[in-house]
Design a binder for this molecule. Sequence first.
Ligand SMILES: C[S@@+](CC[C@H](N)C(=O)[O-])C[C@H]1O[C@@H](n2cnc3c(N)ncnc32)[C@H](O)[C@@H]1O
Length: 252
Amino acid sequence: MRRVDYDQEQHRHYARGRALTERQRQVWIDAFAAVLPERRPLNGLDVGSGTGRFTPALAEAFGPVVGVDPSVRMREVAQEQSRHPDVRYLAGSAEEMPVPSGSADYALMFLAWHHVQDKPRAARELARVLRPGGRLLLRANFRDHHPRPWWLEHFERGFEIDAGLFQPLHEVIETFTSAGWRVAHFGTVVQPSSGTREEVLQRLRLRTLSFFSQLTPEALEEGFQRLERAVAADPGAPAPEFSDTLLTLERQ
Ligand SMILES: C[S@@+](CC[C@H](N)C(=O)[O-])C[C@H]1O[C@@H](n2cnc3c(N)ncnc32)[C@H](O)[C@@H]1O
């Protein structure tokens, strides 16, 4: 995978390009609640918090959250987007967390794991910052459980290139179990439609997906032309919902 530096690309348009509907955000919060303890408050970490798509919603649902992200620009956008009294954003990474040992009840990593450079180190560091029994909600894609978004087929070798960004599930599990974690749950969450196909196309044009950073300018241009023709045939049709994977790990 070509490494994506969020300080150089994506930060400006990420919040718009990857916007969630309120319904989508709620579906995720409900999915997280289903694998977290019922007591409140819970101290949370949003690791790779980006522009804070989930951070304030986690604080509302569960209690105080620290958003951790290596990108200065993504953290700046997160802070501008929303100021929540129970949210703090700090510089750091999954490999080097700026919080004390055993200080969190759970950590969320939402589409950030594939960016982590030193995965064994991150698995150990995440175990350090959670309490025993604490849970890591790993919302990641896996090469062998790819959600196959409908628009990907319009880009040449789109599926192959996108799936190649992610590890197979067993490899991720192996990294965590070697660092003292156990698998608590693995399931899928049905993410409701993001709107019409035309609305999704408008957001895709902002290119806030690592997939687009892997393509040549020519492949990008051709892919978008094909996708635009396909969408023009029925722009108001609702974009399909997705089945997304959520792996829950428990620190022993
Ligand atoms: C696709 S964005 C996801 C942001 C947010 N979780 C969301 O769902 O909108 C990936 C984020 O991971 C961050 N990131 C990159 N390397 C990281 C690492 N080693 N540890 C934690 N986060 C990292 C990036 O800076 C970026 O903000």
